[in-house]
Design a binder for this molecule. Structure first.
Ligand code: MOS
Length: 746
């Protein structure tokens, strides 16, 4: 009788899939409003200096133009820079759009034209004359790195490098085997399909509904209320679907400010959407230079490990991410020294981009480990096993779980690693060189406080509501599965509402913590709902459940049944009818707790295996196979989980071979700010990707034992590909992306 297969743990298609593929899912810049007006952003042509004057006459004469906002006529907004800080802002003074005449980076927004049509606004913006007063600028990290500094204020949530352990410099000096090199990573932009856009719907009385492309409706709401001095009752932020975030939509961007500002002044609904080129005028993965030095004994045991990084940031904020700490937690080392510094450039503030810091730092560490394997003649997996650690050596904490060994073993078996020949250039397929490389990956398994509400109707339909976004990771689907299992319902009897600031509190969707956080909240909420339901079921006349405790019953097929005698049951409909209720509701909050995370550290791990084919004459690289073996605790939905990892691997291939935002330092500008010249992998670049989830049981990490999957897929991938390229060609390229010119020159 208790026959329903559980939904959790089973491969289920996305519940939001049909809405997305049929176009019924609406994105921020698609929402309609009566009398909607359109804003177009004018961006600065210089990277640093001041605006002397605007000439707006020609622009204002364009039919349909309603108003042109500049720093000279903008309305009063919050005075202090601190009022513009959002939940994830790094230390510093956030850019205040149209605040004054100062230019802090190229393509900074300097004016907003609002018109009755988009075309009129864009036309008018092109007619605005701007007189600038230029100041000297610096956009070259190679020069600015000489003025690097330790960030004086730490970014909340980002642990600074731990204190040194032992004397790494001395150990390195006296060691028999040493590798030491610099590894750099280019600036990258997220380039989600959906552009950053905001549609502000203005209602008489001054209330606004803000349709914003955001990974956090409450973060957007907090920003808008703080900057414009509004109450949270007057600002509702809605973002049910996000066309790719990857970290780019964690912080509010200037189109949000500009759209809300214009709407409040004009008392009209306003839409502002960035152009693809303007998508390059804000957050990006910072260019970073790593220096790694590892020494070992001839058996490959690490004697010292040093990892120092210098990352680019803006003049006005100290963006920080975890680049080097991974090097202190993946392997055992007797002496470790880690350092992280920033260098100021005249660029927009960098920000979180899928697994912020981890693929950057691990490209360096895992390349260096491959160099050490090569130097010692030890197989790369064997080298990692000899230095395996069961603790987080940064804080000397035990881990909640770590099945990285199983990742190595199962990934290697699937890949066929045992057939790898050790010597570079020793494997071929016809005219092509073949290379096999591998790398480890690690990411934090975090949980944040989240609430959820569950409403069960007399018709046996369950609605779950939570402010969290689903940025495409599968949140709608996994929360549906959790809810359906808790109440014993079919998946299509569950509706999940997300992405709305009026729903129960959730953190921004980032850090791969949503499954753990909102998943735990939904679990607790449904448990509480089940208790209420049982109470009502007991009150039904002749109820067989009168003596039953919650552990004694199962919720299955719309019935509350005695586990021992499943035929003895009360239906949801009867339970609610007897109580005279149309629906029952529960709302609970799940918190990470304070004790557990202080005692234990928790990470997801991966072992990534890559095969490349390299044309021997032309040095053209194709990634022909990737096997990614993941240890991430309990897998709620193998189908959406696999798709997260495949997406991450594709990102890793882009990072390894394609993605690079180029700067012309004469102009201090990002130059390839379009999808024609900013290369991302396309279908022709992607071949067989296999994903393995190894068994990992973790009852300490959070109430539901999941570790999150949004970021781990990208982490070790670029390093594995770089190592495969070395294995194929004998050429070690230490700067990403590995483009043909670098290989030909090596
Ligand atoms: Mo992720 S960079 O925290 O969206």
């Amino acid at each position: 009788m208790l026959s329903n297969d559980p939904h959790v743990g089973s491969p289920r298609s996305r519940v939001d899939g049909p809405a997305k593929v049929t176009g019924r899912a609406s994105y921020a810049a698609e929402f309609k409003a009566t009398g909607l007006t359109h804003g177009y952003i004018l961006s600065s042509a210089i990277p640093r200096g001041r605006i002397r004057a605007f000439d707006l006459a020609a622009a204002l004469a364009v039919p349909g133009v309603l108003q042109i906002f500049t720093h000279e006529n903008r309305p009063q907004t919050a005075w202090f820079a601190s009022s513009y800080r959002d939940q994830v802002a790094p230390p510093g003074k956030p850019l205040r759009p149209l605040y004054d005449a100062e230019i802090q980076h190229s393509d900074q927004p300097i004016a907003l034209v609002v018109a009755s049509t988009f075309e009129a606004a864009r036309d008018a913006a092109s007619l605005i004359g701007v007189t600038y007063e230029r100041a000297p600028h610096e956009t070259d990290l190679e020069r600015a790195r000489h003025d690097s500094y330790e960030p004086p204020k730490k970014r909340s949530g980002i642990a600074p490098p731990p204190d040194p352990k032992g004397d790494a410099t001395a150990a390195f000096g006296g060691a028999p085997i040493k590798v030491s090199a610099e590894y750099s990573l280019a600036t990258e932009h997220h380039n989600p399909m959906e552009l950053h856009g905001t549609t502000v719907v203005w209602e008489s009385g001054g209330k606004i509904t803000v349709h914003d492309k955001t990974q956090g409706t409450l973060n957007t709401q907090g920003y808008v209320t703080s900057v414009f001095g509004l109450s949270s009752d007057d600002v509702r932020v809605v973002s049910p679907f996000v066309g790719g975030g990857f970290g780019s939509a964690l912080r509010p961007h200037h189109q949000l400010f500009l759209a809300v500002m214009a709407s409040l002044v004009l008392e009209r609904s306003v839409r502002v959407e960035m152009t693809r080129t303007q998508m390059f005028s804000h957050v990006h993965r910072p260019q970073t230079i790593n220096t790694v030095a590892i020494s070992a004994d001839p058996d490959g045991h690490i004697l010292s490990l040093q990892h120092n990084a210098v990352a680019a940031t803006s003049r006005y904020e100290d963006y920080q991410e975890n680049v080097v700490n991974w090097s202190g937690m993946l392997y055992h080392s007797e002496a470790t020294q880690l350092g992280y510094e920033l260098a100021k450039l005249d660029i927009p503030t960098p920000g979180d981009m899928r697994a912020p810091g981890a693929p950057t730092g691990l490209f360096a560490l895992e390349s260096a480990m491959d160099e050490l394997a090569h130097a010692t003649g030890i197989d790369p997996i064997e080298l990692r096993l000899r230095n395996y650690t069961e603790r987080d050596e940064n804080d000397d904490k035990p881990l909640t779980s770590k099945e990285l060994r199983a990742c190595y073993a199962e990934g290697a078996a699937r890949f066929g690693w045992s057939r790898r020949k050790m010597t570079p250039r020793s494997m071929r397929a016809g005219k092509e060189l073949v290379g096999w490389g591998m790398a480890s990956g690690v990411w934090e398994a975090m949980m944040m406080k989240s609430s959820a509400r569950a409403t069960l109707g007399r018709d046996g339909r369950l609605e779950i509501a939570c402010a969290a976004s689903d940025i495409g990771t599968g949140t709608y689907t996994i929360l549906s599965q959790i809810g359906a299992d808790a109440l014993g319902l079919e998946l299509d009897a569950v509706t999940v509402k997300l992405g709305d600031s009026s729903l129960p509190m959730a953190p921004i969707q980032g850090g791969s913590w949503t499954a753990a956080s909102s998943g735990s909240a939904v679990t607790l909420t449904c448990r509480s709902l089940c208790e209420t339901l049982l109470k009502h079921a007991k009150a039904v006349e002749g109820s067989p459940l009168t003596e039953a405790a919650i552990e004694d019953v199962a919720f299955n097929g719309g019935m509350i049944r005695l586990r021992r005698e499943p035929d003895r049951a009360v239906s949801i409909t009867d339970a609610l009818a007897a109580a005279g209720l149309d629906q029952i509701e529960a709302e609970e909050t799940a918190s990470p707790g304070l004790i557990a995370p202080m005692r234990r550290a928790s990470y997801t791990h991966s072992a990534v295996f890559a095969e490349v084919h390299v044309d021997e004459q032309l040095d053209i690289v194709r990634v022909t196979r990737v096997v990614s073996a993941i240890a991430a605790g309990r897998i709620l939905n193998p189908k959406t989980a696999r798709s997260q990892i495949i997406g991450g691997v594709v990102w890793g291939i882009g990072m390894a071979l394609h993605e690079e935002t180029m700067t012309d330092h004469r102009f201090g500008r990002f130059m390839n700010s379009n999808l024609g010249e900013y290369h991302v992998p396309v279908n022709a670049d992607i071949d067989g990707i296999e994903v393995i989830f190894v068994e990992e049981h973790d009852d300490k990490v959070n109430p539901i034992g999941v570790k999150g999957l949004g970021e781990i897929g990208v982490v070790g991938t670029a390093a594995a590909i770089a190592n495969a390229i070395h294995h194929a060609t004998g050429k070690r390229i230490r700067s990403l992306p590995i483009t043909v010119d670098k290989l030909l020159a090596a």
